[in-house]
Design a protein. Sequence first.
Lengths: 258, 400
Amino acid sequence: MQARKVSLSTGELTYFVAGEGRPLLYLHPAGGVRWTQVLEGLAESFALHVPVMPGFDGTSAHGSVKSMQGLAKLMGEFIDKVIGGPTDVMGCSFGGCVALWLAAERPDRVDHLVLECPAVFRPKGSRPADAEARKKLLFLHPEKLPPESKPVEQEAANRRMLPHYRAPDDPDSELLEKVASIDKLALILHGTADRIIPKESVQLLKSRLPRSYLVYVWDAAHAIEVDQPERMLSLVEGFLQRSEGFIVNWGTLAVNPG
Amino acid sequence: MACRFWCPSRPRAKRFDQRKQDAETRLKFSFFHLMPYTHLELESHDWPFPNRYFDPAKASALYRTYVESMIHAEACGFDWVGCNEHHFSPYGMMANCNLIGGALAYPTKRVKIAMIGNLVPLNNPIRIAEEYAMLDCMSGGRLVAGLMRGIPHEYLAYNIPPGESWERQREAVQLIIKAWTEPEPFGWEGKHFQYRQVSIWPKPMQKPHPPLVISASNADSAKFAAEMRATMGMVLLADLPSGKECIRIYRETARANGWEPTAENVLVGMHTCIAETDEDARRWMAHGLKYFDQVLMGGLQASQRIVLQKTRYFENDESRDRWKSRLDKRRTLTLDEAIERGTVLCGSPETVVKQIKRIHGELGHGVFNFTVKVGTLPDEVIRRGMELFRDRVHPHVRDL
């Protein structure tokens, strides 16, 4: 994984790159970039690009980027300047919301969409401020967290950037109106033990997003990448490589398994 | 002339509500059938039981007799008719009890069709969700959906690792509930089950889904039943103290999970024989139990011992030892001792009324599950017992 910087119209953006192949843009969750087994695995087949949203992980905020739409536009500019053409986009939680805005605002720059427990259409209610309480909600198997993971305090500091981009109880009504017009093939993932994003939110998304598949990952909470990395990697790779064909069980005798 | 569109006055509506409420809260009785094959003349300790001894013509007659008894149970005041799944043994001839459920759906009108039930870890969970949804629609919303883990030897029949039984059970139950309740097509990426697109036709009639029964004969399973908000099922009670303890754990876990079970959420079952006199009932029960223990259970006990000794079917040694001791206890207990301990109902109608009151007083459950076909207990004796239940037992115990 290499850290790089690029100068965009609103300021400098830090990003990481790893692997070779078809480009894949990964948009991180509110806790910041978490280098998981899933990302490592994807980097073996894809040219993975992981931008750090302004203000996260110790980077500076961009003064004029103050909304989810603004972040999406910035990611569009990042694709133009760094990737240079349409790319598959994967977003986790907060990053999933940015990915949807990106698909809505810059459809010419998005191919497949992978939305891991996307933080959209959430019911009103308080979120735990306490870092340990949040950790319990995030992970069903915290013992699987990579040893070099950032401390919870750092993740908490990242989360303090959220109000900069969206109101805490934003119902995403504007996004909800736009979702039906997104015609990208999308895979929505939700952990069966997710207590941060309720299943009703992803069901609503699935019902509005025309070309979407919703898959529940069993024995996983919000951070599916951490709780069930092997199963998630296999699922995402299958979807990105086979498009609609990922619903077929290819077995071992497939004529063209690739 | 009476008004065709009579509007019920307040007191009358109240009486109706009261009757409905009474019907919902009174003690329920389930007529449960194992459907054993009863034409064997040898003891066996082999598993599987060699099927060269199976006569399809005799089985055909047995199925007819058994199904007719279950249909007749409705007229005898029973609230549920129940059956379950077993494999490779004369112990029970229902490899798929849903077929029997289908045969019961149309000739009956009121009784709940209780499948207690499909062995979830052994089967395709989506198929279970589909077949149960069919039964619920066919019966007009009368299905009771048992999601059982199965006794140890069943894992040999379907070549499923017994050590995976709990994981498979937990995952499959959640998947089945999803298949019944999801508003949109969905995929499932589990450890034991994977489906890319699920959207079952039909969906169940009862909303959000049919009531569940989950076996709860030990602490672990009682906890799981409570977590799933299912009725706890102890289809064959081992003894009253252990039953009481399971009920305590179940209620405690339910409260911790934010709900309060009603009496009807506790099902307790036992071998049952009602005859004109105590002597007749004991004689017939002893006759049936001899075949049950020596023929039907012989091979099962041998295979279960292998599973228990060689695998992690139970999550801990304590649960395994309790199961083994329960098997041993059943084998060594005399009929008199079993009646005394409250694990068998047997006697004249008046005696059985007393036994029911005593057991219900101890356990406070809401559903009594009568296993009526014990080994070779004759079907005409069972029929007479059903009538005695209707006329001389049920009127004295239904309002407990």
